[in-house]
Design a protein around this ligand. Structure first.
Ligand SMILES: [Zn+2]
Length: 164
């Protein structure tokens, strides 16, 4: 028995009817989505996408970190991505704590996380604006690559495009 047996069993059932084996690693809809790790978000479902359509990059808070930029460069030049949507969401845990709060929480468990930057989000619009600018101004992506931001409402399922 392992902590993962439920998943292996589910996969065994999944594989019996698997039919996506003709797909390539290129994003069929030319899209990359940067979103949060929040378990309420179904990025493919809420955007009308299916497996094979898009690159989905997830982290805490949908932040555009160095690693997200690195991945976007690979997605664009190697894997068919031509547009990027950054999609944070309402009720995000990252908007409810500061980096100092997280350090204090881990400290209570005897762990020092001060060498980690958590990219917590004191102001969601400001963070989104910052992250969009980061993608739009990177010298590593083709000039004119469409980049948009939109906030997903985890309670209504609605996406609200950012006005910037
Ligand atoms: Zn979140």
């Amino acid at each position: 028995m392992s902590a993962f047996d439920d998943l292996y069993a589910a996969n065994a059932r999944f594989a019996t009817t698997f039919a996506n084996s003709e797909l390539t690693g290129r994003a069929a809809r030319g899209l990359a989505v940067v979103t949060c790790m929040d378990s309420r978000i179904d990025p493919l479902g809420l955007l009308g996408l299916k497996a094979g359509d898009a690159k989905i990059l997830r982290n805490a808070g949908a932040r555009v970190t160095d690693d997200v930029l690195r991945t976007l460069v690979l997605a664009v030049y190697l894997l068919g991505v031509e547009r990027v949507l950054v999609m944070p969401h309402t009720d995000c845990g990252m908007t409810k704590v500061t980096d100092s709060d997280v350090h204090a929480l881990t400290q209570e468990r005897g762990v020092d996380t001060r060498s980690l930057e958590f990219h917590t989000v004191p102001d969601q619009h400001e963070a989104l604006r910052h992250d969009l600018t980061r993608i739009r101004t990177t010298p590593f992506l083709p000039e004119g690559t469409p980049v948009a931001g939109a906030i997903y409402d985890v309670h209504t399922g609605r996406l609200t495009p950012a006005p910037f």
